[in-house]
Design a binder for this molecule. Structure first.
Ligand code: AMP
Length: 118
């Protein structure tokens, strides 16, 4: 656990979250500022900063994270209609919380993949 990490605090139950799914490895909860009708976050319980910073053991857990993300999307009822998964990495990627997380966005057509670069 990282003491100043908001997602570690959610894992530890120190701040509330609307939980969707939990097991030994991952936790899924609703995003506090949803950008789509369905907007969930799937995180490893263990603190990992970002996709570019994984140890070999953490890479194995990342595989589980992907599989559980698909499970959570089915639980949320968006698997049939489709959804977008998103991992932001560091500054240019728009990462605001330095704890690896996968966004699930669905419930409506999500639109263009990225804003046009000017
Ligand atoms: P990112 O920009 O990829 O780092 O995304 C971080 C996401 O975490 C944003 O979509 C925030 O709305 C979301 N977020 C931040 N704090 C919380 C919280 N306490 N509970 C749920 N979602 C949160």
């Amino acid at each position: 656990m990282s003491n100043d990490c908001i997602f570690c605090k959610i894992v530890a139950g120190q701040i509330p979250a609307k939980k969707i799914y939990e097991d030994d490895v991952v936790l899924a909860f609703h995003d506090i500022q949803p950008q789509a009708p369905v907007h969930a976050l799937v995180i490893p319980k263990r603190h990992m900063v970002c996709l570019d910073d994984l140890t070999p053991e953490e890479r194995l857990q990342a595989g589980t994270l992907l599989e559980r993300t698909a499970h959570v999307a089915r639980e949320l009822g968006v698997a049939q209609t489709g959804y977008r998964t998103l991992i932001n990495t560091r500054g240019h990627g728009g990462q605001e919380v330095d704890h690896l997380h996968i966004h699930i966005l669905g419930g409506a057509a999500i639109g263009p993949m990225v804003c046009r670069h000017r």
